[in-house]
Design a protein around this ligand. Structure first.
Ligand SMILES: O=P(O)(O)OC[C@H]1O[C@H](OP(=O)(O)OP(=O)(O)O)[C@H](O)[C@@H]1O
Ligand code: HPA
Ligand SMILES: [Mg+2]
Length: 167
């Protein structure tokens, strides 16, 4: 069953902003891996985690990148999180040395599911809401629970009327 969430605010993120915030995340994680500071691999939670994971893997020079596909929302309606595609089993093990990246943590259900599969992985998101915060090891910006984050891949530039009409 899914429920409609009461989002009062919208937080609109540009490509430039997500690029800078993902770089900030990379900066924070640089040298923090278990193998002399190095990370074994980056795993993106698709689809939202792919853009931040690409930026981060470039910054940290990590060439081993895999994905886990978790689906939990239809537009703004939340359903049960389910794994649609798993990353390489041999690479993942119990998650030790693996950086698992998502664009945001909201209720925390997606990360809760992935954490159960890879308990030793490091979980990082660019944005976090209060409910999901305990599920994430590292994040950059927190927004309130009643904020819906709009990502640049879900938006387009369009004309807006000036505050004062033109006629
Ligand atoms: O903390 P939660 O409440 O679980 O919500 C966070 C997750 O929800 C969104 O993904 P979604 O399932 O909508 O799929 P998408 O990344 O393909 O858009 C978002 O990208 C996170 O992965
Ligand atoms: O605030 C959000 N924005 C976009 N996708 C999401 N998935 C869960 N919460 C959000
Ligand atoms: Mg997602």
């Amino acid at each position: 069953m899914s429920e409609r969430l009461p989002h009062e605010k919208g937080f609109h993120i540009s490509w430039d902003q997500i690029h800078r915030d993902s770089r900030a995340l990379a900066w924070r994680l640089d040298g923090q891996g278990p193998d002399d500071g190095a990370w074994k691999a980056v795993v993106a939670i698709t689809r939202g985690g792919m853009a931040p994971a690409m930026i981060l893997s470039r910054e940290l020079d990590i060439r081993t990148v895999d994905t886990i596909s978790v689906m939990s929302y239809h537009h703004q309606d939340r359903g049960e999180a389910q794994v649609l595609k798993s990353p390489d089993k041999e690479l993942m093990g119990d998650g030790d040395g693996i950086l698992i990246i998502d664009d945001l943590v909201d209720s925390g259900k997606t990360l809760d599911l992935v954490r159960k599969l890879y308990p030793k992985a490091h979980f990082a998101t660019v944005y976090a809401k209060p409910k999901g915060r305990p599920m994430v090891d590292t994040f950059i910006t927190e927004v309130s629970q009643d904020t819906w984050i709009f990502f640049p891949w879900d938006m387009a530039l369009q004309y807006v009327e000036p505050y004062r009409g033109t006629d």
